[in-house]
Design a protein around this ligand. Structure first.
Ligand code: EPZ
Length: 418
């Protein structure tokens, strides 16, 4: 099991390039199942979750070729419209194939995702939405079995809580349903809009993706397309915070500055200097300790829950006490115990973490628990005095492409130990 060894204290300099967004590449790969024509996706990040989804796409019967981020998929005949437990248990986003498989083949058998470190993470809202499009869905033996032998028909879907992959799943089903579908209280994440871009290139008729109300006119069939995945806003935000916590001066390139607007505003309030050098690059400088600034996670365009742990790591070094509230997941403070072992003082009261500032972080042996918690431990290690060893870095490899190589190129003293 790989570890990261980090010598803290080096201020990051130079540039940090951002890869394609994992959470946009995952639905895009699922969307390729909606047509028998070839789909070409570029800027696909080489991360573990993508390999898992590629394996699932092939399992259903599609042909797939991935040469270093350029991926072609041809789902000519989907002999096995299923997502088996052994794949889904490693990645819950496998439920993204549910909508496309039902829409394309009239049936789907998808294992229920187990919970994960950050919460129960059910898919009840995905199921309810697909039933509104006429699918009949049984849940037994840990599987969701969906049938739509006569195809799907358009419907009115209101999500009683915002769900990103729930919105994406039902959007991918609605594009082939007969008639109009209206989705209200839809997720507005950029990854939803990016998926709609791909679907429209494939011939879908969609209005309003990226807003709370999405209208879809179903079509008979979709054709092939070529699409470049948007940059990963969570990787970009992680790098912005890495620059700040190490008192560095870094240019983050190949990002979409608008997608990190909530973090940018917080960082400026806390005293970091964030300048947009172009719509695709941001320079971050932070010579001193930040001011403590409270933060509450919210659905996009609010502050991303996927940046909460990384922001908390920064706030442990702040001047003052900050209150961090997590509203999206019920158990997303796993990183606080590990940060405490590095010298942070954090108290959890329900959904709120009270973070004491002025912590002098010291290197320690810590264990990664989930993807973004691991990223917060890397940031703390970069700032801590002495050496930090992070175990179970496979959590990081799920969502960050060569993170230690990119950080080392910007001056971080970090290496992967097999
Ligand atoms: C997506 O997960 C992301 N994953 C997550 O990123 C991200 O943290 C999350 O959205 C929130 O932004 C992908 O896009 C692959 P939700 P998703 O459905 O869609 C509850 C990462 O680090 N809910 O928006 O699974 C759910 O339990 C990952 O890259 C239901 O109750 O999140 C949660 O409390 C982690 N029933 C809330 O809604 C459902 O049917 C929001 O979840 C679906 C969700």
């Amino acid at each position: 099991m790989d570890k990261f060894k980090i010598q803290g204290g080096a201020a990051l300099q130079g540039t940090l390039p951002v890869s394609g967004a994992k959470n946009s590449a995952l639905p895009a790969l699922a969307a390729s199942l909606l047509t028998e024509d070839e789909v070409l996706l570029t800027r696909i990040p080489q991360v573990k979750d993508i390999k898992t989804m590629e394996g699932l796409v092939e399992y259903t019967g599609a042909e797939l070729k991935d040469d270093g981020g350029r991926v072609t998929i041809r789902a000519a005949n989907l002999a096995t419209p299923e997502a088996p437990y052994e794949i889904v248990k490693t990645m819950r986003a496998s439920s993204l194939v549910l909508g496309p498989l039902v829409a394309r083949t009239g049936r789907a058998r998808v294992s229920m995702p187990g919970g994960c470190a950050i919460g129960a993470r059910p898919i009840n809202l995905h199921v309810l939405a697909l039933e509104k499009l006429g699918a009949t869905i049984e849940q037994s033996h840990g599987y969701v079995e969906a049938q739509a032998p006569n195809g799907l028909r358009g419907g009115a879907i209101h999500f009683d809580r915002i769900t990103v992959t729930g919105t994406e799943d039902v959007l991918m089903a609605a594009v082939l349903a007969r008639g109009e579908t209206v989705i209200t209280n839809a997720a507005r994440e950029p990854e939803v809009a990016d998926l709609a871009e791909l679907l429209m290139k494939m011939g879908a008729n969609i209005q309003g993706a990226g807003t709370s109300t999405i209208r879809v006119q179903g079509v008979e069939r979709l054709h092939g397309a070529e699409h470049a995945i948007i940059p990963d806003r969570i990787e970009a935000g992680t790098f912005m915070l890495a620059a700040a916590i190490t008192h560095g001066n870094v240019l983050i390139t190949g990002c979409v500055t608008e997608h990190v607007a909530a973090l940018t505003a917080k960082m400026r309030l806390a005293g970091a200097e964030v300048t947009e050098e172009s719509p695709a690059s941001l320079r971050v400088r932070c010579a001193s300790r930040p001011l403590a600034v409270d933060m509450t996670t919210e659905e996009y365009p609010g502050f991303a829950t996927d940046l909460q742990a990384q922001y908390m790591a920064w706030m442990t070094t702040a001047r003052g006490i900050s209150f961090i509230t997590e509203t999206i997941f019920e158990n997303r403070f796993m990183h606080t115990q590990e940060l405490a072992r590095m010298g942070a003082t954090i108290r959890i009261e329900g959904r709120q973490a009270i973070v004491a500032g002025e912590s002098v972080l010291t290197g320690a042996q810590v264990i990664a628990s989930d993807l973004r918690a691991s990223a917060s431990l890397v940031l703390a290690g970069l700032a801590a005095k002495g050496e930090t060893a992070i175990d179970r870095v496979y959590h990081i490899d799920r969502g960050y492409e060569n993170i230690e190589i990119k950080l080392a190129a910007a001056g971080a003293l970090i290496e992967r130990v097999k």
